[in-house]
Design a protein around this ligand. Structure first.
Ligand code: DON
Length: 592
């Protein structure tokens, strides 16, 4: 295996392998005029938000693993090397195109509310949402789904043994890996959160005994990991070892479940061993739509991602956006008006299909899009107040992670996983070495009051025992017009995930951009409330003025998303792009 845990060079190796491949053009003519190129492979490809983890997945492909083996190995490795988003204590979704079977699957491993959760659990005496309780306490944690989900996918479709796909993550945790610049910075930024939990503090900050090392001491007297220092996580290695030996039982019953229950009991959480034992993943049919003859497969509820993405594509399909042009004011105007309509439905109509009927077919039908399209004025922004909803507060909290994998059998995996916020609620399970999610904040704590992503949601997403909170995660696969597999993508970004995926697809399908340019191009976002367009750097002042002339308000925001994407090439081989917005990511080919 080329992947080398603990070697200082490993991170750089994977990156330089990826960089070398940047020089390879899939088709020089096709690429004319494109400033950036995807990484090319003559076989499979793994793209994730951390280079060592991508390297783990590529090595699994080289050892004969398939796309599922590689995705699962990468996801477990991200739980070690990308602790702000990779996880054992969170949940996620996976969309899978099974090449040999020519069939798609969706796996729901979203967290579930514990059975003692109640609709009003985040309201204080005055009936207001207690934001700290909803995001920072142990009440904010829902029953984790990641371990069950990754093992279910691997057990059903993997070719290698469970032990083989978990071994690299165990080794990375045990031997450690060199802290890379973005991790050092992320831990520094999260130190107020992580330092307030004695267990998390021990896991992510060097032992405070001994003399201070130059550059390693923060203003508060706290030691930080410096770039290149080795981060070892022996407790996490032991937990991963239990999972490797015992499967899901190693996490949901036995020692780990006892440790988690003891923490909850001691600090006011609700999850007990009965909740852990009752956790179940769900295999679902992906939502399926068409766009200009291509087939789009994405995640059904309890993610809003697939439904809202298909609704947006349906709304925009008849407009000639290629003619109005990439990121022109006319194109952006139409996209934004469509986004506001689609998010209105997202926030009121969607919830957990295990507990209520969700009108997926109606919302994703072409006929419904046609009826809605009439509400779009071609030259004038419709103020959100005229569409409905209640005004929320915006927020930028961002951390989730998406990985995409292609293999030689023509399989594709799109997998998005999260703790919700960066490092979840910042609380780690003593003795077990992993952080807990704060996914309960994705529920509607109070109808009409915004959550962390400024989403104002309705009763259908109210907290209830055993329910899964509505998500925006949008792992997505696109098939060619002949039904053959083409592209896998997805992103972090909270409520901006759906519009990020939309733009990658529109850029690639309509605007003639290659995969790298499609991912790189500046992004925008609108979600009904707040009534404004968030824009990244890179939109011309002329365009902005034209949009203002149509009645839009624009706000320059931080970079949005990290759309790690792959494509299968018709003649064999694949392309990959790690979104440069998060430079710690890498596209690692199985073979040059
Ligand atoms: O499931 C959701 O929609 C959110 N919990 C995702 C959070 C997220 O993407 C944060 N980061 N970038």
């Amino acid at each position: 295996m080329e992947w080398q845990p603990g070697g200082v060079a490993a991170h750089g190796l994977a990156v330089s392998a990826a960089l070398l491949c940047l020089a390879v053009l899939a088709n020089p003519l096709q690429e004319q005029g494109q400033r950036v190129q995807p990484v090319a492979s003559s076989a499979g490809m793994v793209v994730s938000q951390e280079a060592l983890a991508s390297g783990v997945g590529a090595a699994i492909l080289r050892r004969g693993g398939n796309a599922i083996d590689a995705a699962v190995a990468t996801a477990f490795a991200l739980g070690v090397t990308l602790p702000q988003a990779g996880n054992l204590g969170g949940g996620g979704f996976l969309v899978f195109w099974h090449g040999p079977q020519r069939r798609a699957y969706a796996l729901n491993f979203r967290e579930m509310a514990p059975r003692r959760a109640t609709a009003q659990m985040f309201l204080n005496g005055a009936g207001d949402v207690d934001r700290a309780r909803a995001t920072r306490s142990l009440l904010s944690t829902a029953v984790p789904g990641s371990v069950a989900g990754l093992l279910a996918a691997q057990g059903r479709f993997g070719r290698l043994s469970r032990q083989a796909v978990l071994a690299p993550a165990i080794e990375l945790a045990e031997r450690g890996f060199p802290v890379y610049p973005q991790l050092a910075e992320s831990l520094r930024q999260a130190s107020p959160l992580l330092q307030s939990d004695t267990t998390a503090k021990r896991l992510f900050f060097p032992n405070n005994s001994g003399p201070a090392q130059p550059g390693g001491l923060g203003a508060s007297g706290v030691h930080f990991y410096r770039v290149g220092e080795i981060l070892r996580q022996p407790q996490l290695a032991a937990t991963l070892g239990l999972i490797s030996k015992q499967g899901a039982a190693g996490f949901y019953s036995g020692e780990i479940s006892r440790q988690l229950e003891a923490l909850m009991l001691a600090r006011g959480g609700l999850i007990d061993r009965q909740d852990l034992g009752a956790y179940r993943v769900r295999w679902q049919e992906p939502v399926r739509g068409s766009f200009r003859g291509l087939t789009v497969l994405s995640m059904p509820p309890p993610s809003s991602g697939g439904v809202t993405l298909l609704q947006l594509l349906n709304l925009l399909e008849p407009f000639d956006l290629a003619l109005t042009g990439l990121n022109s004011a006319s194109t952006i105007h139409l996209m934004v008006e469509a986004m506001n309509l689609a998010y209105r439905d997202r926030n009121s109509e969607l919830g957990d299909p295990d507990q209520m009927a969700i009108p997926v077919e109606r919302l994703t039908s072409k006929a419904y899009a046609e009826s809605l399209r009439g509400q779009i004025q071609l030259d004038r922004h419709t103020p959100s107040a005229q569409l409905a909803g209640l005004a929320p507060l915006p927020s930028n909290s961002t951390n989730t992670t998406h990985l995409s994998v292609a293999d030689r059998q023509g399989s594709l995996v799109a997998l998005t996983t999260t703790l919700n916020f960066a490092y979840g609620n910042g609380i780690a399970v003593p003795g077990a070495g992993f952080l807990l999610n704060n996914e309960m904040d994705d529920f509607t704590a109070k109808p009409g009051v915004a959550n962390a992503y400024g989403l104002v949601q309705g009763e259908r997403n109210a907290i209830a025992p055993g329910r899964r909170p509505l998500s925006s995660m949008t792992p997505t696969i696109v098939l060619n017009t002949d039904g053959s597999p083409w592209l896998a993508t997805g992103s972090p970004g909270g409520s901006r995930i759906i519009t990020t995926v939309l733009q990658v697809l529109l850029n690639r399908i309509l605007h003639g951009l290659n995969l790298a340019s499609a991912v790189l191009t500046p992004r925008l976002h609108s979600q009904l409330w707040p009534d404004q367009i968030s824009i990244e750097e890179g939109f011309s002042p002329d365009t902005q003025r034209l949009l203002e002339g149509k009645g839009h308000q624009l706000l320059r925001t931080a970079a949005m998303g990290s759309a790690n994407s792959v494509e299968l090439l018709p003649a064999g081989g694949s392309l990959g792009v790690a979104d440069p917005r998060r430079p710690e990511g890498a596209a690692v080919p199985e073979r040059p």
